[in-house]
Design a protein around this ligand. Structure first.
Ligand code: ATP
Ligand code: MN
Length: 537
């Protein structure tokens, strides 16, 4: 076993059972980039970033994400079609197979930690088959300084082998790829998929169990930033709703773009050390912070190029609609370091409503806030897939159900208490369609969304008149600086008002149908935040 690079004292891959091969420990980003360019088929783009293809998978595979059912998880995890159980014995068998897979290979080890609030620091050792995956881990996590690295001891281990394929019938997986979290052994196994989001979101899922259960910290699928006066804002939302885009704001300091904790003493902290932004149709005019962060050290995934050049063509969707870039937080000029904030003053629930029903911004009362948090609504358009023209309705509890091992009501109760104690304003922001549903209307103008959020943050919506939405009951402001008043009530933007009313009730009915599974646990205070329903012919 050859062990090169920067290795903590008393650490060896032999401890895992890998006896032969070459382990590169904690290489610098430059070293990883060189290897990636020379032997992994990556391309250096004209802005200095590198670009790779992730192969078969260009997104997460939620049906292949398992949790080992053991003494720790059996009675705590909310089992179902999101949190899929996995047998201990099968896990042990796969672990050994993966160790054998690394045997004799050249691979990359990274020692890092998660959680910017050091009281909750989680040390993780990640073993990657590819150098570029190791660069992703470097970009997205926090790094021990050289002295800390010497004495680094991992709490968790992640084995990431995209080239390893499980044999579903004998290994207990659904198919050849898998992500499996074992809370007892503190090991995550990722095989068969090179999509880097699997690494990020599996560690996130582990934290979403550990933090509330052991530390009474609320974990959140949200971005966060701070105003010049020190006020913190949170932006919750499912994929594609605008967490990363809207938290990158030249007038506010970025805490983080995706994963945060809210502590009992009201500190907001980022779990990660980097951002993972979507790059489809990225432009320097609309999203300057993100565009300019894509430079040396950044890792682009699945983008295309203008022919004959190394200039990225951000509108190229030939590999996927989900083109991505990871970069460390210090690529954003106004990021705070360390990534901490205080008791939030404003909380935004972002939804990309492709039905064009929800208002561009509305204020929620506590009941509505709880109802919408548990519902976690968005409706996406299914990208460029052939034949799919209708929006796909999604309810994902806590705006992040795929990553939440506990019952949603547990997180919901925590956030309701915290929002009340902080006296935070809660806003619902529709970053999706206006003027009609997908196909008729248009995507909400990004400068308008930014202006609405800015007005909310600056208190400019505190003293304007509001009126309640007919079906959802949420309070719509009648004016907002920088935004035409006509668009503030979505009904006004539809040519056919009856069609709007019908669509609004259809959406409300879908909310209520989804909520049936929580009705047993949801109190009357929460149900007071539900929309009206109507039987439709
Ligand atoms: P993920 O959880 O997958 O990281 P996210 O919530 O961070 O998703 P973003 O990366 O911010 O989502 O994606 C929002 C996308 O929608 C961006 O590509 C952005 O350019 C686009 N967009 C278009 N119009 C708007 C709008 N009005 N508000 C926000 N985003 C918009
Ligand atoms: Mn994001």
């Amino acid at each position: 076993m050859l062990e090169l690079g920067n290795r903590p004292n008393n650490s060896s891959m032999k401890d895992l059972g890998i006896l032969d091969g070459t382990a590169h420990w904690n290489l610098t980003p430059d070293e990883l980039v060189d290897i990636t360019l020379s032997s992994e088929g990556a391309v250096r783009t004209s802005s200095g970033a590198i670009a790779v293809s992730t192969g078969e998978f260009t997104g997460r595979s939620p049906k292949d994400r398992f949790i080992v059912k053991d003494n720790i998880t059996t009675n705590q995890v909310w089992w179902g079609n999101i949190n899929l159980p996995f047998e201990k014995e099968k896990f042990d068998q796969l672990y050994i197979k993966m160790i054998n897979y690394f045997e004799g290979k050249e691979f990359y080890v990274r020692d890092c930690f998660l959680c910017a609030d050091r009281r909750y620091r989680l040390n993780v050792r990640v073993v990657n088959e590819y150098a570029w995956s190791n660069l992703f881990v470097h970009n997205m996590t926090l790094g021990p300084d050289p002295k800390e690295l010497k004495f680094f001891e991992p709490d968790w281990l992640v084995l990431n082998a995209p080239g390893f394929r499980a044999d579903a019938p004998t290994d207990g997986t659904r198919q050849h790829n898998f992500t499996i979290i074992d809370f007892e052994r503190k090991i995550i196994l990722i095989g068969g998929s090179a999509y880097t989001g699997e690494i990020k979101k599996s560690i996130f899922s582990a934290l979403n169990f550990i933090l509330p259960v052991h530390y009474n910290v609320l974990p959140m699928h949200c971005s966060a930033n701070i105003g010049s006066g020190g006020d913190t804002a949170l932006f919750f939302g499912l994929s594609g709703t605008g967490k990363t885009t809207l938290s990158a704001d030249p007038d506010r300091k970025l805490i983080g773009d995706d994963e945060h904790g809210w502590t009992p003493d009201n500190t907001i902290f980022n779990f990660e050390g980097g951002c993972y932004a979507k790059t489809i149709d990225l432009s320097p005019e609309k999203e300057p912070e993100i565009f300019h962060a894509i430079r040396e050290g950044a890792l682009l995934e699945n983008v295309g190029f203008h022919s004959g050049t190394n200039d990225v063509n951000y509108s190229d969707r030939s590999k996927t609609e989900n083109t991505r870039v990871s970069y460390p937080l210090n690529h954003i000029s106004n990021a705070v370091h360390p990534s901490l904030g205080q008791r939030p003053k404003n909380v935004f629930f972002l939804t990309c409503d492709a039905y064009g029903v929800l208002p561009p911004i509305a204020k929620l009362n506590p009941a509505q806030a709880a109802f919408h948090f548990i519902s976690g609504y968005t409706a996406k358009v299914a990208g460029t897939e052939a034949g799919i023209t209708e929006p796909v309705i999604t309810f994902s509890a806590c705006f992040g159900a795929p990553f939440m091992p506990l019952h949603p009501i547990r997180y919901a109760k925590m956030i309701a208490t915290k929002i009340e104690d902080a006296s935070a304003n809660v806003w619902l922001v529709n970053t999706g369609w206006t003027g009609g549903p997908y196909g008729t209307g248009t995507r909400m103008n990004l400068p308008h969304t930014r202006a609405l959020i800015k007005a909310a943050l600056e208190g400019k919506l505190d003293n304007v008149p509001y009126h309640p939405h007919d079906v959802f009951g949420i309070a719509m402001p009648e004016h907002c600086p920088g935004v035409p008043s006509e668009i503030l009530n979505p009904r006004n933007t539809w040519a056919n008002k009856e069609a709007y009313d019908h669509q609004a009730f259809e959406l409300a009915n879908a909310f209520m149908k989804n909520f049936e599974k929580f009705a047993g646990q949801a109190s009357a205070d929460i149900m007071a935040g539900a929309p009206l329903t109507k039987e439709l012919s």
